[in-house]
Design a protein around this ligand. Sequence first.
Ligand SMILES: *[C@@H]1O[C@H](CO)[C@@H](O)[C@H](O)[C@H]1NC(C)=O
Ligand SMILES: *[C@@H]1O[C@H](CO)[C@@H](O)[C@H](O)[C@H]1NC(C)=O
Ligand SMILES: *[C@@H]1O[C@H](CO)[C@@H](O)[C@H](O)[C@H]1NC(C)=O
Length: 382
Amino acid sequence: MATQNCFLQIFTLICVFYFLPLVHSIEFNFPAVFNFGDSNSDTGNLVSSGIETINPPYGQFYFQKPSGRYCDGRLAIDFLMDAMDLPFLNAYLESVGLPNFRKGCNFAAAGSKILPATAGSVSPFSLGIQVNQFFRFKARVLELLAKGKKLDKYLPAEDYFEKGLYMFDIGQNDLAGAFYSQTFDQIVASIPNILVEFEAGIKRLYDQGARNFWIHNTGPLGCLTQNVAKFGTDPSKLDEFGCVSGHNQAAKLFNLQLHALCKKLQGQYVDSNVTYVDIYTIKSNLISNYSRYGFEQPIMACCGYGGPPLNYDSRIGCGQTKVLNGTTVSVKACNDGTEYVNWDGIHYTEAANQYISSQILTGKYSDPPFSDKMPFLLNLKF
Ligand SMILES: *[C@@H]1O[C@H](CO)[C@@H](O)[C@H](O)[C@H]1NC(C)=O
Ligand SMILES: *[C@@H]1O[C@H](CO)[C@@H](O)[C@H](O)[C@H]1NC(C)=O
Ligand SMILES: *[C@@H]1O[C@H](CO)[C@@H](O)[C@H](O)[C@H]1NC(C)=O
């Protein structure tokens, strides 16, 4: 890790001190963030709902305890909130500890899909339900604000709903989940229906006054340890980086159509900003060029069971203890999570999330790219 990681950290610091203040004043001037998605950006909803628990070593790297995030530390959304000078987002379902929603609210829940949940879905909180939760949230906030100023510190102001940023990172479970029961062709054929549902969610938010949309595409699902373990046993199914080609192909086809939808929405909603962010390219660059970014393991899970090459066993997850084959097994983390891209077989490590968010913040992977929206930044002489 040493020198490259050090370089990356110095580079990140330079960005934070010299670049972000300029970005702040122009692009990232949002009073609040409302986020919708799956485990990529869940800051505690699925755990608060009581559907799943997560144990140490989750959270060990940053929070020193499980924080409701499916990670050893912070998620990309945490780094993005930091960059916007906003606090970490509270989960909508967190009911204890006086959650503060002044600067926004997170509706994302691990395991969620765009499509409605079916029997066997991990999360009942599909995009449509998350949007319903937002409607309920907004209605309650406006009702409480109307009663007086007492709750101002905890709730968004009325105009934050229009001025706020609406972020989305969802679709991964629609695709990856489908591979357990459908063929590649069936999955590809279902993408337009998935996106009809996505569009319906965006439209409902727009009709409620949302105007700034920030939409992450889906990552290279075929590179997730869990999918390599299940679908990559036949080497002919793997690409040169050890990722399952079919999963990545489906993700790319989904992203092409999602991108087209974003363009269409931008055309329709002339009073809005719709930003599409190419997370796929950032993550696949990280996985294929991992050593350049200071990582040693692009696919093997840090916290898993079974040892190399994948350190993943579908029977037992990170932080769990079970009797397997007559022996009690407890799944612990690797020694140095900063060497690993993958945390638990399904989710990225904090180190990877930090890299991913630093790439998002370059603005290069967005459509429209930030620099297009920063005319006076371009005029500055460095
Ligand atoms: C969209 O972005 C432009 C440029 O950053 C900004 O001037 C405009 O106010 C934004 N529109 C909305 C609806 O926020
Ligand atoms: C890896 O890095 C090379 C050189 O910068 C680049 O051309 C290539 O696109 C990267 N790989 C991926 C998958 O992005
Ligand atoms: C269980 O133990 C047997 C005997 O040691 C071994 O052959 C088998 O591979 C083990 N199964 C698993 C799933 O670890």
